[in-house]
Design a protein around this ligand. Structure first.
Ligand SMILES: *[C@@H]1O[C@H](CO)[C@@H](O)[C@H](O)[C@H]1NC(C)=O
Ligand SMILES: *[C@@H]1O[C@H](CO)[C@@H](O)[C@H](O)[C@H]1NC(C)=O
Ligand SMILES: *[C@@H]1O[C@H](CO)[C@@H](O)[C@H](O)[C@H]1NC(C)=O
Ligand SMILES: *[C@@H]1O[C@H](CO)[C@@H](O)[C@H](O)[C@H]1NC(C)=O
Ligand SMILES: *[C@@H]1O[C@H](CO)[C@@H](O)[C@H](O)[C@H]1NC(C)=O
Ligand SMILES: *[C@@H]1O[C@H](CO)[C@@H](O)[C@H](O)[C@H]1NC(C)=O
Ligand SMILES: *[C@@H]1O[C@H](CO)[C@@H](O)[C@H](O)[C@H]1NC(C)=O
Ligand SMILES: *[C@@H]1O[C@H](CO)[C@@H](O)[C@H](O)[C@H]1NC(C)=O
Length: 414
């Protein structure tokens, strides 16, 4: 690890995000779903709003994790019986960017791996339980396009149990809002690639090449996050374009180049201050996602090769950590969260996702809002996207873990 650390300290990897304009593909489909099995159930009472009669959520013994189990340590096991948890065609809310099979990807194996923590099992994802937990509540994902796919994954994981007409997806830039009407629950997405404010904050018309981050500004965004019951933050790849980034602190006229690590720390501290002043930890739950790994250079897992994640069909076996997942940034996340006066759950999904060199959209996604042309597809060296993930896929696992935490915290927080 120490040589890796030195390497990452001197090199900020250029992780170039592909600009996306998402398009909602509408259609109709439904999945057969087996309902709640309530035998042998513990019934937890809801303590939040006693004035309202509520349906209780049944938490099965196997839903309850041993508190000492680290859900982020484990391995991927082949499971073509239970996975994928939904199909591309069964979720009308998937954008073209992520439907790799439909876009021509030949191998479907990437959809059929289950994350198996070493010390326990993940509870089986139950959309009805999640909707019950989210009744009269808002769950919001905040971040960049990687975070948007976690949002889309979550919508796809729950939407099949909601009948037509009882659900909707609305775009209110920079937000996307999925509503489960009968539950008065929303699953939302908020575009904020740096979390703090920047010139890239317009949901669709944002600059990719030119970046200017306001390291001390968050209140405009923050207004939209106030009162949200569950907040899930993420921000990484947009910082990692060059070792330096243009940013302001104080006056907007006073832009200067900051080392990315310095700028990231200041932005995280701005965010932390906002949390401490705006969050009520008794009623709101906050999660922070670690970096989503990239697989831009195949020589990192296959020495001697010169490709990228294109044409990879299987996860990496054994230990692996790519140089794209910057350890200095990881350390900054750790330190800032440690110093916070409120509890934020750190979602350390980097290692588990590092194994999944096979699960990126590669040439079977979009660039600048358009599917790649045949010619572009034939040129994976230049056109493979090794940052974003296919759906169904890895972000579903992040959400299975999020579900496990929400289920676990249900009594206490929600
Ligand atoms: C599941 O995988 C096993 C092992 O690779 C294979 O033998 C079997 O045919 C697969 N089943 C389905 C339904 O794809
Ligand atoms: C619906 O949910 C929102 C929060 O998401 C809450 O403020 C509102 O009171 C709920 N409406 C009803 C009728 O319970
Ligand atoms: C996008 O933003 C730029 C700069 O702010 C502006 O000049 C341009 O008109 C915008 N384009 C659209 C389609 O809104
Ligand atoms: C910062 O902005 C200046 C002026 O626009 C530009 O020349 C420079 O390349 C930028 N630096 C970075 C790291 O993007
Ligand atoms: C910025 O990074 C460079 C090279 O990585 C380093 O030499 C320099 O001390 C850093 N500057 C600050 C202000 O941290
Ligand atoms: C993809 O992988 C297969 C099997 O490993 C190999 O035969 C094929 O040449 C590869 N295709 C490209 C374009 O690299
Ligand atoms: C996240 O997990 C990785 C790999 O297991 C570990 O190296 C790293 O220290 C963890 N980060 C934090 C902040 O705990
Ligand atoms: C944070 O969470 C831990 C464990 O869940 C708990 O023991 C601690 O009291 C919490 N701290 C605060 C400030 O809420």
């Amino acid at each position: 690890m120490s040589s890796m650390k030195t390497q990452s300290a001197v090199r900020i990897q250029s992780l170039f995000p592909v600009l996306l304009a998402s398009l909602v593909v509408l259609g109709t489909a439904q999945l057969v779903f087996d309902g709640l099995k309530s035998r042998r159930s513990y019934v937890f009472q809801f303590y939040g709003k006693p004035e309202k009669a509520r349906k209780s959520v049944f938490v099965l013994p196997e839903d309850r994790m041993d508190g000492s189990c680290n859900l982020f340590e484990g391995q991927w096991v082949w499971d073509n019986v239970s996975y994928p948890l939904y199909e591309e065609d069964s979720c009308p809310y998937l954008v073209k960017q992520t439907t790799c099979l439909k876009n021509g990807r030949p191998d479907p194996f990437y959809q059929k791996w289950r994350w198996q923590p070493h010390a326990c099992n993940l509870p089986r994802f139950d959309p009805l339980k999640l909707l019950d937990i989210l009744r009269d509540k808002r769950l919001m994902f905040i971040g960049d396009s990687v975070q948007r796919s976690q949002f889309e994954s979550m919508v796809c994981l729950v939407q099949s149990v909601i009948p037509e007409g009882k659900k909707s997806l609305e775009r209110v830039p920079p937000r996307k809002i999925f509503k489960a009407k009968e539950y008065n629950a929303t699953i939302e997405y908020y575009w904020a690639p740096f979390i703090v404010e920047s010139i890239s904050d317009h949901a669709t018309n944002h600059t990719v090449l030119k970046r200017l981050v306001s390291l001390d500004s968050i209140s405009k965004h923050g207004k939209s996050w106030e009162g949200v019951d569950v907040l899930v933050f993420e921000s990484y790849v947009w910082w990692m374009y060059r070792p330096q980034i243009n940013a302001t602190y104080g006056s907007m006229e006073d832009a200067q180049e900051y080392n990315v690590t310095t700028a990231y720390r200041i932005a995280m501290e701005t965010w932390a201050n906002w949390l401490e002043s705006a969050i009520n930890p008794r009623r709101q739950k906050v999660f922070f996602m670690s970096m989503s790994p990239t697989h831009l250079w195949s020589w990192e897992w296959k020495p001697g090769s010169h490709g990228n994640c294109f044409n990879e069909s299987y996860p990496i076996q054994g230990s692996y950590w790519g140089t794209g997942s910057n350890l200095d940034i990881m350390e900054i996340m750790h330190e800032v969260l440690q110093d916070l006066k409120i509890n934020v759950t750190f979602f350390n999904i980097t290692q588990l996702s590092e194994y999944r060199k096979d699960a990126h959209t590669t040439v079977f996604g979009e660039r600048r809002g358009k599917l790649l042309t045949k010619e572009q597809r034939a040129d994976p060296m230049n056109f493979a996207d090794c940052i974003h993930w296919c759906l169904p896929g890895v972000p579903d696992t992040w959400n299975e873990i999020l579900y496990a935490y929400l289920l676990q915290g249900y009594q206490n927080f929600l």
